[in-house]
Design a protein around this ligand. Structure first.
Ligand code: 0PR
Length: 384
């Protein structure tokens, strides 16, 4: 650290210069996170000095957090479920598996069963909790196969996980069938809806054929859904919901001091900014606002698909949510070439022929046109 500080203006100017190195959103097609809603940005800025690790001081922020949780619990079909705002999908999945682990102290070598496209955060979670992750085969649309799930369950299985919107494909596992299997085997069933949680309820209202994933499905024990993804809140805003208070209380931890709160999440000292921001955007948009945004995202995605197919490109599967994968044999090379031209897209390390494009709030038709023009100069459609 320097002995004498620098002028504040100079430091801020330096930082503004550094931020100019960030890729502008109009060239970003790989990110599930996007420009937050204005209400979220304003509310978040106003609460940056808060600490939800001390509820005796930040009573108002706590109230905002409770209100945000109640709105999301309502969206998930169970206003009395027990939720926590957390730092994101990773922490939400960790807490759910922590609960699942606590339920079965009798199993010495616990295992969980999930589809091959389960998010890599579950790899971290299993490592931390000493759980073995068993992944099972997918169908042609990259969804977990219930028959394969059934086969993978054994006496050490403590939980089954379904993904409602995989990171790579936006694929939605057959949640109802998986929940029924979990019930038959008396297993904990967690739904990772970090990505799909703020799409599926609205897409279903618009008539899209997507499975229900919420607490109306018998057997669903917990759900992860991220306001900082399609919820348009600020980062870090994740959420985890348990069907009952009892499940959530199984991971309750006491703090040192009298009259201070018990903790239900991993992080102690944490900003109330994300809670305020999440409440602000949920209230400002309401169900209809999110539905309009979802309608728009599907429209832009449809335009992208149409433009790509008209040029002769082929998709690896029809998209379920707002993630499109183009089938290209040398997708990794194409990704590198696009990045040299300023465009950020992604290619899965496991599915190397899939050029992945995410449509969210900052993507519009003009951006799609510019992207497709650029792609054509880099990789002509192959002879499929
Ligand atoms: N579960 C699912 C289904 C996810 O898609 C993600 C993140 C997580 C869990 C973990 O969430 P956190 O990252 O909030 O802990 N999915 C994105 C991904 O890994 C995250 C992301 C977002 C990556 C924006 C890059 C980016 O620019 O692809």
């Amino acid at each position: 650290m320097r002995k004498h500080g620098r002028a504040q203006d100079e430091v801020l100017a330096e930082l503004a210069g550094l931020r100019e190195r960030d890729v502008p959103w109009k060239r970003v097609l790989n990110s599930i996170c996007t420009v937050p809603h204005e209400a979220a940005l304003l509310a978040g800025q106003a609460a940056l000095d808060s600490n939800l690790g001390d509820l005796r001081i930040f009573r108002g922020c706590r109230a905002a957090e409770q209100k945000a949780l109640a709105l999301m619990g309502d969206l998930l079909g169970k206003p009395d479920c027990a939720g926590s705002l957390v730092s994101g999908g990773t922490e939400a999945n960790l807490l759910a598996m922590y609960v699942a682990r606590k339920r079965r102290p009798d199993i010495a070598q616990p295992e969980i069963v999930a589809g091959e496209t389960v998010h890599y955060s579950l790899g971290k979670v299993c490592d931390l909790l000493g759980i073995r992750l068993r992944t099972v085969a997918l169908d042609a649309r990259f969804r977990m196969r219930p028959d394969a799930a059934r086969e993978a369950i054994n006496g050490n299985t403590i939980a089954l996980i379904g993904t409602a919107g995989s990171s790579e494909f936006g694929a939605v596992d057959p949640i109802g069938e998986l929940a029924a299997i979990a019930q038959q085997h008396e297993l904990y069933f967690h739904v990772d809806a970090a990505t799909g949680g703020f799409i599926i309820p609205f897409a279903r209202a618009l008539g899209h054929d997507l499975p229900q994933f919420d607490f109306s499905v018998p057997g669903v024990c917990s759900i992860a859904m991220d306001p900082h993804k399609y919820g348009l809140s600020i980062i870090p805003a994740g959420a985890v919901f348990f069907r009952t208070q009892e499940l959530r209380d199984s991971i309750q931890l006491e703090s040192f001091f009298n009259a201070t709160p018990t903790h239900h999440s991993l992080i102690g000292t944490r900003s109330g900014a994300a809670a305020a921001a999440t409440y602000a955007v949920l209230e400002t948009l309401g169900f209809d606002g999110y539905t309009e945004i979802t309608r728009r995202n599907y429209r832009v995605m449809g335009y992208l698909v149409e433009r790509l197919e008209r040029q002769g490109y082929r998709l690896v599967a029809p998209p379920q949510l707002n993630i499109v994968n183009v089938d290209l044999p040398d997708a990794v090379e194409v990704m590198r070439a696009l990045e040299e031209c300023g465009w950020i897209i992604s290619v899965s390390k496991r599915f190397r022929h899939c050029l992945r494009l995410v449509v969210t709030q900052h993507v519009d038709e003009a951006m799609v046109d510019a992207f497709v023009e650029r792609l054509l100069t880099i990789a002509a459609p192959p002879a499929y």
